[in-house]
Design a protein around this ligand. Structure first.
Ligand code: AMP
Ligand code: MG
Length: 558
């Protein structure tokens, strides 16, 4: 269990003296200052009552090595490249050293996992270090993931393996550059300590390299932070936490009252709808949309067995743990977010005290999602407004043959639909040739009818018919072709973090070479730009990735 081991038995991180070798960050730890926490600093696993957090220190690691860092996130903290290259930076973000002003803690939260109330969960391997106020007056909380066990670690070890840390580090930054709300990642540090994981829970544990990611966000509060106190009937703490959240993260809503709490829930519904519409527009599948993985700020949080859709498949989930039920499949995400918001609304009932008010807030989710979805698809098609029937038919066409969702939209801007009847069928289809996967049974795997080849038969005819119909809308709007292309390319990414790309970077990093992580991070900085010479990062999923663990199959083991 790792339980019953007092913290005094652990190696403890050192407190760095105030020195010129690292900037003194300005900490203002509102969460631990303004909310009730445990007095107990033991590491023992336990049910935590009457507290929003437990004070706990990271456990130092051996052989820390900085594999990558995000210059953009360092900039948010007013840290220079020289600061990031310092030994102090490495030791701090390995969990080996602490800066004056840090007050490390693990938060208490619960959650609904796969549709069932799971009781107390909490930060089992994430340790908050403190909240930095930057020169611009922004508040950024620092959190180490994989920094050692906490009272919430249950039977697990509090550590994270390198492969999942690379995935979280890269995807946090990739999503930010795509324009999707997300927690950020400052650093990726590996250690020489090994971590044992049974990747597919099939009795084949192996020892893997461990790593620590420093995540950065205004707050890591989740729906589950509120649910736990509602579930336990601890309404006083629920109120303190809600008021804290309003004060620091939704100050525009005003002083706490039943109406303000309702307005806050409405805003969470709105932000969550905005978030989900973004996920769907870029083909992101979170994989584990439990309520403990839903941010109260509407950020993407807790990157685990996530994946971007390669070929369009509404039923796709990268998470083998969910392979039977597919609760968190691509097409189900917007519905699940609503389900999760219902659970949050139930938790906030003691504050809002009006079912119609909760229902009104939840209705905002649906209305916002629909509006955002239309807006995004209009943009993706280069139109001012999108026709629902045109979109429905598009998704049917995309499903006729295996079509890469990202490449289809990226290449669509080159299809000369504006020419109308002057464009031949071949001219219309040519730019899309790269977006389809070779039919299964023709060198890519077993199965399927080769007549489904897009370059022949009924699939081809339907694709051409859709393109001509789309062309009629394009011509009716009359936007010049170059403008349509510019508008489409600005919202349809060329570069996404495909699982196969992440896996290649992981393979090399596990073998000691992290340069692939750094290069991929750089590519993903400009997802909408052409980036000549880097086309291999924009290629569709290679055949080897179809069934390889880490590419098409992931589990919660991380
Ligand atoms: P996740 O599936 O990563 O969102 O985690 C669900 C719960 O399990 C959270 O309370 C995590 O903190 C906890 N957890 C996941 N992995 C570990 C680990 N290696 N050590 C301790 N707790 C963990
Ligand atoms: Mg989680």
């Amino acid at each position: 269990m790792g339980a019953l081991r007092p913290q005094t038995f652990d190696r403890a991180p050192v407190w760095l003296p105030p020195s010129a070798s690292f900037p003194s960050l300005r900490f203002d730890n509102s969460f631990v200052r303004e909310l009730p926490g445990e007095a107990d600093t033991l590491r023992a696993v336990r049910g935590v009552r009457g507290a929003c957090f437990s004070p706990i220190l990271p456990i130092p690691v051996n052989g820390p090595r900085l594999l990558a860092h995000s210059s953009e996130v360092a900039g948010l903290l007013d840290l220079s490249e020289a600061d990031c290259a310092s030994d102090a930076f490495l030791q701090i973000f390995a969990g080996n050293a602490l800066l004056r002003g840090m007050e490390p803690y693990a938060a208490c939260y619960g959650g609904h996992q796969f549709g069932t109330w799971a009781g107390q969960l909490g930060d089992g391997r994430a340790i908050g270090l403190g909240e930095v106020l930057n020169a611009a007056g922004q508040r950024w909380e620092l959190q180490l993931k994989g920094a050692g066990s906490t009272p919430y670690s249950r039977s697990a070890d509090g550590r994270a393996v390198l492969r999942s840390s690379i995935r979280e580090f890269l995807c946090s930054e990739a999503m930010a550059h795509l324009g999707v709300p997300t927690t950020r990642a400052l650093s990726l540090v590996s250690s020489s300590d090994r971590v044992v994981r049974d990747m597919f829970y099939d009795g084949h544990p192996r020892s893997e390299p461990g790593a620590i990611v420093c995540r950065v966000a205004p707050s890591f509060l989740r729906f589950g932070n509120f649910e736990i106190f509602a579930a336990r009937g601890e309404v006083e703490i629920l109120t303190l936490l809600a008021d804290y959240t309003l004060r620091h993260h939704f100050p525009q809503l005003g002083a706490p009252s039943p109406e303000t709490y309702a307005a806050w829930l409405t805003e969470v519904c709105r932000r969550t709808a905005v978030l989900l519409a973004h996920w769907m527009r870029v083909g992101f599948v979170h994989g584990v949309m439990n309520t403990d993985n839903m941010s109260i700020l509407g950020l993407t949080i807790d990157y685990g067995p996530f994946g971007f859709v390669d070929h369009f498949d509404p039923d796709f989930t990268p998470n083998t743990t969910d392979a039977d039920q597919r609760r968190y499949r691509f097409s189900n995400q917007p519905r699940i977010a609503k389900w999760n918001l219902v659970k949050l609304a139930e938790a906030l009932f003691p504050l809002v005290r009006s079912i119609p008010a909760l229902e009104e807030a939840l209705a905002v989710y649906t209305a916002t999602y629909e509006a955002e979805e239309s807006r995004h698809y209009a943009g993706k098609l280069g139109l001012a407004t999108v026709d629902k029937a045109l979109l429905d038919e598009l998704f049917q066409v995309l499903a006729l043959v295996e079509t890469d969702l990202t490449l289809f939209f990226r290449c669509l801007s080159d299809v000369p639909v504006h020419l109308g009847d002057a464009a031949s069928d071949e001219a219309l289809l040519a730019p899309l040739a790269d977006a389809t996967y070779a039919p299964q049974g023709q060198g890519q795997g077993e199965g399927e009818d080769p007549s489904s080849n897009p370059s022949a038969g009924p699939a081809r005819a339907r694709t051409v018919a859709w393109l001509r119909r789309y062309g009629a809308f394009v011509r009716a709007e009359g936007r010049p072709p170059e403008l349509r292309k510019a508008r489409m390319d600005a919202v349809n990414p060329k570069y996404i973090l495909r699982n196969c790309l992440a896996q290649l970077a992981i393979d090399a990093a596990e073998a000691g070479d992290p340069s692939g992580v750094v290069e991929l991070l750089d590519v993903l900085r400009r997802p909408y730009d052409e980036q000549p010479g880097r086309e291999r990062f924009a290629a569709k999923r290679p055949d080897w990735a179809r069934r390889r663990a880490g590419c098409s199959m992931l589990s919660c083991s991380s």
